[in-house]
Design a protein around this ligand. Structure first.
Ligand code: GDP
Ligand code: MG
Length: 206
C-alpha cells in the first residue's frame, strides 16, 4: 500500500570554536558514538537523522565543519539555506564562550536570514562532565545572561561524552526550526511499510 507522507528537511549548522565538541555532539546524537581521540574533521559534510515531531517526519541535515572554524572561514555554502543554528562552547574554556558573539554575528552576516531577531538559535555548553565539573570556567548564570541578551535563546548544558542532554538539545532546535520554517517542505511518495526508523519525541523545554 502506498501513501503520501509529508517530510520536512531542515538544515542545522553547528558552530563554535575548534575543540568545543561540535563533531562529538553530532556523532553522539546521530550515531550514539563518542571518541576520545581528537580528530580534526575532514571535509565539510553533513549527517542526517530522522525525527518525528508530532505528526511531522523531519529529516535533520546536520552540517559539520571541516576544521576551518579555526580560521573563521567556513564559506558561503556552509551557511546557505540554514534553518537553524546550534552555537557550542566548552564550559571549561572561557575563550570559547567569549567568541560566541563573533559566531552569532558571523552566522547572521553569512546566512543573512530575513528576520535575524527571530532566527532559531540554541546555545550548548558542552563538556560538563570534565573532571566532575571542577575545571568549569563559565558559570551557568553567565551563559543564561548571554542567551537573554540575544533574545532568549534556549540554553542546554551537555556532555557528548556521557550522552547527557544531547537529544534534548537537538530536538529543541528541530522544533524551533519547524515553527520558523516557511516553505521548505517537500512531499515524497513512500511505501507505508518502508517508513525509516524514527524517534518519537516527547517534548522539550523550549
Ligand atoms: P570540535 O572541534 O568542536 O568538532 O570538537 P571535537 O568533537 O573534535 O572534540 C574535541 C575534543 O573534545 C575530543 O578529544 C573529544 O573527545 C572531546 N570532547 C568532546 N565532547 C566532550 C565531552 O562532552 N566531554 C569530554 N570530557 N570531552 C569531550
Ligand atoms: Mg569538528
Amino acid at each position: 500500500m502506498e501513501s503520501w507522507r509529508r517530510r520536512t528537511l531542515l538544515k542545522v549548522i553547528v558552530l563554535g570554536d575548534s575543540g568545543v565538541g561540535k563533531t562529538s555532539l553530532m556523532n553522539q546524537y546521530v550515531s550514539k558514538k563518542f571518541s576520545q581521540q581528537y580528530k580534526a574533521t575532514i571535509g565539510a559534510d553533513f549527517l542526517t537523522k530522522e525525527v518525528l515531531i508530532g505528526d511531522r517526519l523531519v529529516t535533520l541535515q546536520i552540517w559539520d565543519t571541516a576544521g576551518q572554524e579555526r580560521f573563521q572561514s567556513l564559506g558561503v555554502a556552509f551557511y546557505r539555506g540554514a534553518d537553524c543554528c546550534v552555537l557550542v562552547y566548552d564550559v571549561n574554556v572561557k575563550r570559547s564562550f567569549n567568541t560566541l558573539d563573533t559566531w552569532h554575528d558571523e552566522f547572521l552576516n553569512q546566512a543573512g536570514p530575513s528576520d535575524p531577531q527571530r532566527f532559531p538559535f540554541i546555545l550548548v555548553g558542552n563538556k560538563i562532565d570534565l573532571d566532575g565539573g571542577s575545571k568549569r570556567m563559565v558559570p551557568e548564570k553567565k551563559a543564561r545572561e548571554w542567551c537573554a541578551s540575544k533574545g532568549d535563546i534556549p540554553y542546554f548544558e551537555t556532555s557528548a561524552k556521557e550522552d547527557h542532554n544531547v537529544d534534548t538539545a537537538f530536538l529543541c532546535i528541530a522544533r524551533l526550526a519547524l515553527e520558523h520554517e516557511h516553505d521548505q517542505d517537500i512531499y515524497f511518495k513512500t511505501v507505508a511499510e518502508q517508513v525509516p526508523d524514527t524517534e518519537q519525541t516527547s517534548g522539550c523545554a523550549c
